[in-house]
Write a protein that binds this ligand. Structure first.
Ligand code: AMP
Length: 545
């Protein structure tokens, strides 16, 4: 099989492997980066997830590796454990015919395992900044003979507060090294980093093709995990839904959500892999014929679903993979129609949103959920609208006779009309407007009115008690005056304590300190890490508030 990768003059095993994997031609980023890195140049570029950048830097690195060396030959620095593992796996795959030894190192994993692997020898180390620095300080990771350093998703590392760590790592490498830097955006701080550590880099920018269509309006709402159902029912009140597809993460989630919605007066059914083929077909047919307006599905169950008329897609849970987001959103706005894609985002999922925006090359607009007042107003407007329809239509002869009788009995006309309206809206009682708790904001944006109000109500003493059940409030010794942002807190705790960022609850950044809610069962892990927390280049202590 011919493969366009041959033109890069890479080792034949590498060309063979990419051909075996099924890559027939290089992506634009690979066409730029592979020749430049093969020629020994530094490269710096704007690119997104999904552009093929991992192979772009991995193939030249693998090509240059020398077998049987005892020192680390290449280093990849990545912002998160997930990305580090992903890159290490990809490198291992691309290099499977070259016997490369790739080691991923990240916080949370015991040091011993990583140290013994390092001692056995690793050609390529892929790691998160904090753990790399720890291993350097323990004198087990030596970078003085590293030939190539890759800084992957540099802007993510910047916003997680890792820039000082990166500089400390770069200072350990030989000035003669080759450096490649990849970033979705290039803020000043990253450009300064490049200036300091890179040698006349070849710059490039890869425009990502737009993956979602303009006929779909994409919005997101910031909600607490526990408030998602309340948020959904609020939106159902005011959105002009003709047909909605809601994506939930699990099969159980679809069934529960379908039931909960039905209980609240919004008939919905689930579609999931637990159902028999016949039951699935029946639900699908009812949805297709618009006898059923709301379908709750998992990604897997919705795979074969081919319906053009869906007005709304809801991402009840944020998809982990940007490609899944594109798939879901593509269910609406079809066949020349417009559509609305709504995503619920918990405060800890900020990174997921940015990845999706980077991948689709489109902004998702933040919106505020309708308030109880908005919903009441909307309900009244709809009631008046219905009255107007019947006023135009007439044909209420029998009802007029009843009214005439009531007037004859001495009742007031306006009072009779008001009572009739009250009866007409009695069904609203089945749909109480569920309350919403304030949401911890991202820090960068101004808190919404609900948050401001609730902050005012809280006294200083109450500030320290956690309000969510099952959460414990911890106190961090840094605050706004140290430049702490929500992203730093999430990044630092998840990295150093090895807990999922999304498990954290409310984060409240005060001037001198920060309060963060941590699930009870993870508190031991967070506190058990001793005083090993750093935000930026500052040590931070963590204790119970
Ligand atoms: P990345 O941006 O490195 O995360 O890559 C995104 C996806 O594109 C991965 O699933 C790769 O396997 C795939 N990929 C990378 N290069 C190519 C290529 N030349 N042809 C087809 N797929 C590719």
């Amino acid at each position: 099989m011919t493969c366009e990768f041959s033109k890069f003059d890479l080792q034949p095993q590498l060309v063979q492997t990419v051909a075996d994997i099924g890559y027939t031609e290089p992506t634009p980023i690979q066409s730029i980066v592979i020749p430049a890195m093969r020629a020994g140049q530094d490269v710096m570029g704007q690119s997104q997830t999904g552009s093929g950048k991992t192979a772009a830097f991995s193939l030249p690195i693998l090509h240059n590796l020398q077998t049987g060396r005892q020192h680390v030959q290449s280093l990849v620095v990545a912002p998160t454990r997930e990305l580090a593992i992903q890159v290490a796996d990809a490198m291992q795959t691309y290099g499977r015919q070259t016997a490369v030894r790739v080691l991923a190192v990240y916080g949370g994993q015991p040091y011993m395992r990583q140290i013994s692997r390092l001692k056995k020898g690793a050609d390529v180390v892929v790691g998160t900044p904090g753990r790399l620095l720890d291993l350097i300080r323990k004198d087990v990771l030596k970078l003085d003979r590293v030939a190539t350093v890759v800084l992957d998703e540099a802007d993510e590392m910047l916003s997680m507060g890792f820039i000082a760590d990166i500089e400390a790592i770069m200072d350990q490498t030989a000035p003669s090294r080759q450096t490649a830097l990849f970033s979705a955006t290039l803020p000043q701080r990253i450009l300064r980093l490049a200036e300091k550590y890179m040698n006349a880099p070849k710059s490039f920018k890869i425009g990502c093709k737009q993956l979602t269509v303009d006929t779909v309006e994409q919005r997101y709402y910031l909600v607490n995990e526990a408030d998602k159902l309340a948020a959904l029912t609020r939106l159902f009140e005011i959105e002009p839904i003709t047909s909605a597809l809601i994506f939930a993460r699990t099969r159980l989630g679809t069934t529960e959500l379908g039931n909960e919605l039905a209980l609240r007066g919004f008939p919905a059914e689930a579609l999931n892999g637990d159902m028999s083929q016949e039951a699935r077909l029946q639900v699908l047919n009812r949805f297709r014929d618009n006898k059923l307006k709301v379908l709750v599905a998992t990604d897997v169950a919705a795979r074969g679903l081919d319906i053009d008329d869906i007005s709304h897609v809801f991402n009840y849970d944020l998809p982990q993979d940007p490609e899944i987001y594109v798939h879901r959103v593509g269910r609406t706005g079809r066949a020349g129609k417009t559509g609305i894609a709504i995503t619920f985002l918990t405060p800890q999922e900020r990174w997921g949103l940015r990845r999706i925006e980077g991948f689709t090359n489109q902004k998702i607009t933040r919106m505020t959920l309708p308030s109880a007042e908005d919903i009441k107003l909307h309900r009244e407007e709809q009631l008046v609208e219905k009255v107007m329809v019947w006023l135009r239509r007439g044909r209420c002869n029998r009802e007029r006779e009843i009214v005439a009788q009531l007037l004859e009995d001495g009742h007031d006309l306006a009072e009779v009309a008001a009572v009739a309206l009250k009866l007409a809206r009695a069904e609203e009682k089945q749909r109480p407007i569920a309350p919403l708790k304030a949401v911890a904001d991202f820090g960068a944006q101004a808190p919404g009115p609900a948050l401001k109000r609730s902050n005012r109500r809280k006294g200083r003493g109450r500030e320290r008690a956690s309000h969510e059940r099952g959460m414990v409030r911890l106190l961090l010794s840094s605050g706004r005056s140290d430049g702490v942002r929500v992203s730093h807190v999430v990044g630092s705790l998840s990295h150093f304590a090895d807990i999922p960022g999304r498990s954290l609850g409310k984060i409240s950044i005060q001037n001198q300190h920060t309060l963060v809610d941590v699930p009870e069962k993870l508190v031991g892990r967070v506190l058990g890490n001793g005083a090993n927390y750093r935000i930026g280049n500052k040590n931070v202590s963590v204790q119970r508030a």
